[in-house]
Ligand binder design. Structure first.
Ligand code: GLN
Length: 277
């Protein structure tokens, strides 16, 4: 069967409400039959075996019930690289790339930065920083044992040399001082948790919920970790919708200077940074 025919078949079996149907079909075909973009362009011949067809049927059925595509595929792209994902770990989001870009840009002219990623999840931030800056020393902290498995696997997959520590980010673990501390903490509000998109309900609540007003981790992490930054060090947070001003305020109240909010390509504030003293 031609790749294009297989993709069209999958597309037709995915429920019509999915606006991304075509791409979801492409991603499924790519993951299941190890196709590259070129294979698809050349419309290669595919000879699916029975196990692959059964898996495909299961994927389509689960996907039509709102199960996340990324968990079915077991991988997702972030910053142009493949990250392993599955139940128990937050799926990397493209908006988080803005956080990584902001940090990379601040450290562009600073050699061998010591960087700490708190609430690291799949490790997409830590691993990307380590790969984009081979001279950096990157440490990742994650509490959930399920997430740590993915974090270690992603570090290994990319040979990124990240120092992985399994522990609670709300208790500092050493007197080390950092040039940069970065985090995409749980930040959804109670209200948002009550109205999650079906896909997101499969993701770990622990990676999403930032207590009643969504700001719990920003307050705690800022207070706890500010004294572990070198003078001139950067604290960089991803923030949720409409949280930019509140998080900027938290940073200023904690003595950070040059507090800055960065928007994505749609003009939505995604990142808040501050410089320590
Ligand atoms: N960006 C995620 C969402 O909108 C939330 C991730 C987080 O809380 N850090 O579902």
């Amino acid at each position: 069967m031609k790749a294009s025919k297989l993709i069209k078949d999958i597309e037709n079996r995915l429920s019509p409400q999915r606006e991304n149907r075509h791409w979801e079909a492409v991603w499924m075909a790519r993951a299941l039959f190890s196709l590259t973009g070129n294979h698809i362009l050349l419309d290669v011949e595919i000879d699916p075996d029975q196990t692959q067809m059964e898996t495909l049927c299961q994927w389509i059925e689960k996907r039509n019930q709102g199960y996340p595509l990324q968990y079915l595929l077991g991988e997702w792209d972030f910053f142009g690289r493949r990250f392993l994902v599955g139940e128990g770990v937050l799926i990397p989001r493209s908006e988080t790339e803005i956080l990584v870009e902001t940090v990379l840009s601040y450290f562009k002219k600073r050699p061998a930065p010591k960087l700490l990623d708190l609430c690291s999840g799949s490790g997409c931030i830590a691993v990307t920083l380590a790969l984009e800056r081979r001279d950096a020393l990157v440490t990742a902290v994650e509490l959930s044992p399920e997430a740590v498995k993915y974090l270690r696997a992603n570090d290994e997959l990319h040979q990124s040399g990240v120092n992985v520590i399994q522990r609670d980010a709300l208790t500092p673990f050493s007197d080390a001082l950092w040039d940069g501390i970065v985090s995409n903490p749980p930040y959804l509000t109670r209200e948002e948790m009550d109205h999650l998109q079906t896909e997101v309900t499969y993701e770990p609540q622990m990676a999403l919920y930032g207590e009643e007003d969504g700001l719990f981790f920003y307050r705690r992490l800022t207070r706890i970790w500010k004294t572990r930054l070198k003078p001139g060090g950067m604290l960089a947070f991803e923030v949720g919708d409409h949280q930019g001003d509140s998080v900027a305020q938290i940073l200023r109240e904690n003595g950070f200077s040059k507090v800055c909010q960065t928007a994505d390509y749609h003009g939505i504030i995604r990142v808040v940074t501050g410089i320590w003293r």
